[in-house]
Design a protein around this ligand. Structure first.
Ligand SMILES: Nc1ncnc2c1ncn2[C@@H]1O[C@H](COP(=O)(O)OP(=O)(O)OP(=O)(O)O)[C@@H](O)[C@H]1O
Ligand SMILES: [Mg+2]
Length: 227
């Protein structure tokens, strides 16, 4: 399997404070990978390094394909319609693609609200817009910084189902940044746990679900019996 994202020894400092310290992480072609970690662990810093918004102080970042990101906080243009937000997504991601119909095919719920003002939408709808906007550039890999933050469980399940579909039908690779470890491990094949700028644990999601280091700190200390 070729890696579409390859991060080696990544170190990032902000004014001398180390946010990432020698991080190795890969996302294979068509793979779904989760990045779990507490507040301040360095997750968003890694996302920013992938899209070139922060410069590494050490190590390398390679992206072999088109990367699009759903930024933390979604960053809508609140006064613009859903449709205009999608178009701006195509433009922002370096494509003149103005045709939003493909995205409405993938996310039919968005078609129903295409003329509404983005700022008036619910959090879940806005997250859907943010995902749609990222898809406008027809990415090979989608990086989502906090899928579930502030959203009701049912909404999260809907978004997760869409991601799984995009992964299955279009082979989209996904790097999912999540504080909800249960969700991340359910959805992804492989995961990394980031602790104060370092990878503390990594492996297959199925193994991490049973790993005491993960269950204690990220899954409420409770291991569910296998049935
Ligand atoms: N622009 C910045 N200037 C200075 N320090 C920063 C900056 N951005 C992040 N940091 C610091 O770097 C560390 C990692 O932050 P980062 O936002 O990457 O964490 P995170 O894992 O995304 O956290 P959260 O779960 O709260 O989103 C934190 O200690 C944070 O305070
Ligand atoms: Mg963050």
């Amino acid at each position: 399997m070729t890696d579409i994202v390859e991060v080696r020894g990544l170190t990032v400092r902000y004014d001398g404070a180390t946010a990432l310290d020698g991080v190795d992480l890969t996302v294979g072609d068509h793979e779904m990978v989760a990045l779990i970690g507490a507040n301040g662990a360095g997750k968003s810093t890694l996302v920013k390094a992938l899209s070139g918004l922060v410069r590494p102080d050490g190590g390398t970042v390679e992206v072999r394909g088109r990367l699009a990101q759903v930024p933390e906080g979604r960053e809508m243009f609140g006064d613009l319609s859903v449709d205009d937000n999608l178009r701006l997504g195509g433009w922002r991601n370096g494509r003149a693609g103005r045709d939003t119909s493909g995205v409405y095919e993938l996310l039919p719920e968005l078609g129903e609200i295409r003329r509404r003002r983005a700022g008036a939408l619910s959090g879940g709808q806005q997250q859907m817009v943010a995902i749609g906007r990222a898809l406008m550039s027809r990415p090979d890999v989608l990086v989502i910084d906090e899928l579930s933050l502030g959203l009701a469980p049912l909404v999260v399940r809907t978004l997760a189902a869409h991601l799984r579909d995009l992964h299955r039908t279009r082979g989209l690779a996904v790097l999912l940044i999540e504080q909800n470890a249960r969700l991340a491990l359910d959805l992804c094949d492989r995961a990394y746990v980031l602790e104060t700028g370092r990878v503390a644990v990594q492996g297959k999601a199925l193994d991490l679900e049973k790993d005491p280091r993960v269950t204690a700190a990220y899954l409420g200390g409770h291991v569910e019996e296998a049935s």
